[in-house]
Design a protein around this ligand. Structure first.
Ligand SMILES: NC(=O)C1=CN([C@@H]2O[C@H](COP(=O)(O)OP(=O)(O)OC[C@H]3O[C@@H](n4cnc5c(N)ncnc54)[C@H](OP(=O)(O)O)[C@@H]3O)[C@@H](O)[C@H]2O)C=CC1
Ligand SMILES: CC1=C(/C=C/C(C)=C/C=C/C(C)=C/C=O)C(C)(C)CCC1
Length: 315
């Protein structure tokens, strides 16, 4: 059988785990998935979710995107070093005022979110070019399109990914290769929990009072609510990504959350760039009550649609 080889990074939890399992469970068994993680002692959740696919269409391997030797060892261990679909998913978040973040923290984030992809591409792209076959599927973010308050460095890392891929996409077209950027909005995963908990622990003494207050009383206060109202589950993102992977002509960009697209559309609607900045400013500082009420309304709608869905299923 001519299975496509898929290599995914960051499969110990969240989107990476859901994507690996979704692809491995393909009914037609069109894919052989190498689900990788930096720390194999965290494999239990993936092993459980993979079920009978483990050892059949899914295999677990060690790979740390910050470690060139680990990437090389993983790729060298694959039959003929072949990777047909490379899915760069591993990533970390960081929120807060930049005055309270160290350069080392920022470098670790860039090293993981951006240079992680660069290292993977340097290891796999030459072979893909030689074979004239390959699809690079990058888990970017809506923050690869537009910045969000207190996500300065994280958004920068996703913009870096997007600029890198947009440039390379032109070159690789010459070899018949594809690159796709998957752009989810908020997704309920470990990422959300870790980022929020780290956010609560930040020493805000280095920030002025207005900034500290903005972070605590506006950003952190609405954070949970935004995930509850706009958040997707990782399986949703996996389903979207699977569709992109199985397309004959996959798009360069794909947003996974229709509730979020009105926000990203603001970017494309104004070449001057002020529209999203002013709208977000107004949403947060001038129409905060309307913003909170809209989020509460959305939450209610989602709760009702989930309730009627479960009632439908029980009938
Ligand atoms: N959750 C969200 O709201 C959104 C997330 N994204 C992006 O989705 C991707 C996956 O995040 P998500 O599933 O939400 O979060 P999770 O925290 O659940 O998963 C992140 C994964 O990345 C792994 N990872 C971190 N550093 C490295 C490294 N150096 N080498 C290899 N693996 C590493 C983690 O491993 P370990 O368990 O060892 O830490 C984990 O498996 C990220 O790129 C993120 O930026 C995009 C849009 C929204
Ligand atoms: C504060 C704020 C917002 C927050 C958005 C958030 C918090 C998005 C998170 C996205 C994530 C976590 C992506 C990961 O890659 C909105 C809704 C745009 C409205 C304007 C003000």
């Amino acid at each position: 059988m001519n299975q496509k080889v898929v290599l995914i990074t960051g499969c110990s939890s969240g989107i990476g785990l859901a994507l690996a399992v979704h692809i491995a469970k393909d009914e037609k068994k069109r894919f052989m998935v190498y689900a990788t993680m930096r720390n194999l002692s965290k494999a239990d959740a993936l092993i459980e979710a993979a079920g009978r696919t483990l050892g059949r269409t899914l295999e677990i391997k060690q790979l740390d995107v910050c470690d060139e030797a680990s990437i090389k060892a993983c790729v060298d261990s694959l039959p003929e070093r072949r990777v047909d679909i490379l899915s760069n998913n591993a990533g970390i978040g960081l929120i807060g005022p930049i005055e309270c973040q160290s350069i080392d923290e920022m470098k670790t984030l860039m090293d993981t979110n951006f240079f992680g992809l660069v290292r993977l591409m340097k290891e796999t792209l030459p072979d893909m070019k030689r074979r004239k076959k390959g699809h690079i599927v990058v888990i970017s973010s809506v923050m690869g399109i537009q910045g969000i308050l207190f996500n300065d460095v994280y958004a920068a890392s996703k913009f870096a990914l997007e600029g890198f891929c947009e440039s390379l996409a032109i070159q690789v077209l010459r070899f018949g290769l594809n690159i796709s950027l998957i752009e989810p909005g908020p997704v309920i995963t470990e990422f959300e929990r870790k980022v929020y908990e780290e956010g609560l622990k930040i020493d805000l003494s280095k920030a002025d009072k207005v900034t500290a207050d903005m972070f605590t009383n506006i950003y952190l206060k609405s954070y949970k609510q935004i995930f509850e109202t706009l958040g997707q589950v990782p399986e949703d993102v996996a389903e979207h990504t699977f569709k992109v992977i199985t397309m004959d002509n996959p798009p360069f960009r794909h947003q996974t959350n229709t509730l979020y697209t009105p926000m990203t559309t603001l970017k494309y609607a104004d070449p001057g760039g002020d529209l999203p900045i002013e709208t977000f400013y107004k949403m947060v500082f001038e129409h905060d009550k309307v913003f909170t009420t809209s989020l509460n309304f959305l939450k209610l709608l989602r709760w009702r649609s989930r309730k009627s869905f479960s009632l439908d299923k029980s009938n």
